[in-house]
Structures are given as C-alpha cells and as structure tokens.
Ligand binder design. Structure first.
Ligand SMILES: O=c1ccn([C@H]2C[C@H](O)[C@@H](COP(=O)(O)OP(=O)(O)OP(=O)(O)O)O2)c(=O)[nH]1
Ligand SMILES: [Mg+2]
Length: 161
C-alpha cells in the first residue's frame, strides 16, 4: 500500500466534519453540504462544502458524485467529475443537480453530497504537427464498434450518430 499524500485543509466552517474516507481502501473522501438546499426536478445549485485545500502540484482533486444519492434521489454532480486544481484555494463547491423528473430533493447541512478523489495528474506539452501517426482505431469512435441492442433499435428508427 502506498503512503497517503499530505494535503493541507482549511476548515472554513469548523462545525462541519473534515472530509473522511468511510472505509479503508475507499478512493473518495466524503464532502458534506454546508447549507440546506431543496432542488426541484431539473434544478441545480452550487453547494458549499465548508473546506478549502492546498493540493501539492502534480495532484488534482476530482469531485465525484455519490452513487447512493444518485440511486435514491436522482441527484448527481452536474459537471462530474469536478476538477479542483492544485492552485485553487477557494471553498470546494459541488454543482448538484436533481435529475429526478418528479420529486424534489432535500439536502440538509451535513449531508454527504459528493466525494473528493485525489489523484496524481500529468501535464502535457502539446507539439503541433501536420499529421498524426496512424493507429488501429484511426478516427473511429462514438459507437464505431457497434454491438449495442439499443443502438440497433435507434438505427432502425432512422437515428444515426
Ligand atoms: O466541482 C468543482 C469544480 C471546480 N471547483 C473549483 C476548483 C477549481 O480549481 C476551480 C475552477 O474549476 P474549473 O477549471 O473546472 O472551472 P472553469 O469554469 O474553467 O473556471 P476557471 O476559469 O476559474 O478555471 O473551481 C470546485 O470547487 N468544484
Ligand atoms: Mg478552468
């Protein structure tokens, strides 16, 4: 097992718990809502978490949805995964959206609303060229390998990607 990376964390709201991993081996540390919010069907809100971090350069924080919230309420992270840059010092906020077509979703201060996954990240040097080297896939994408029943049905109805 690798050593956890040290991340400086500022509690902007000391009454809220520090993000924590629910189990050993969990990839994401749970982020909680700093405020109550009720989302009508289709509505979104930028919800504070009461924490700010200073990630070491070479790392990124990814704000992932929680599967339980998605399954139970239809609530997810609109820009999933959100990107927290190493240089960012503001409050981590979660752009929650209620995708349930019928029911409003109530989020209460302290509810776990998302999870922060801290990862190493590479940066690229982009070298502009006139033509790219060939590959097996080439420009094929967006379902070019086929084999999905739903896609076949859609094709029969005249839908083309
Ligand atoms: O879910 C998120 C995503 C981003 N951020 C913060 C940290 C991140 O470093 C900053 C900018 O995010 P991003 O680069 O995704 O947004 P942008 O629309 O490109 O804004 P900017 O012009 O500030 O980069 O906003 C969050 O708090 N939560
Ligand atoms: Mg940006």
């Amino acid at each position: 097992m690798t050593e956890p990376v040290a991340v400086l964390l500022q509690q902007l709201d000391r009454d809220l718990p520090v993000p924590r991993y629910a189990h050993p081996g969990d990839a994401g540390a749970d982020l909680v809502a700093a405020q109550d919010v009720e989302l009508q069907p289709g509505e979104r809100a930028l919800v504070g978490t009461g924490v700010a971090v200073a990630l070491p350069y070479g790392y990124v924080g990814l704000v992932h949805p929680r599967s339980g919230l998605a399954a139970k309420l239809g609530v997810t992270v609109l820009n999933a995964p959100g990107t927290v840059d190493a240089g960012y010092r503001g409050e981590i906020k979660v752009n929650l959206v209620n995708l349930d077509p019928r029911h409003p979703a109530k989020i209460v201060r302290g509810d776990r609303i998302a999870q922060l996954v801290v990862q190493r990240v590479e940066r690229a040097n982009f070298h502009v060229v006139d033509a790219l080297p060939g590959s097996g896939r080439g420009a094929g994408g967006h379902g070019s390998t086929g084999g999905h029943a739903g896609l076949r049905d859609a094709a029969q109805e005249g839908f083309r990607l």
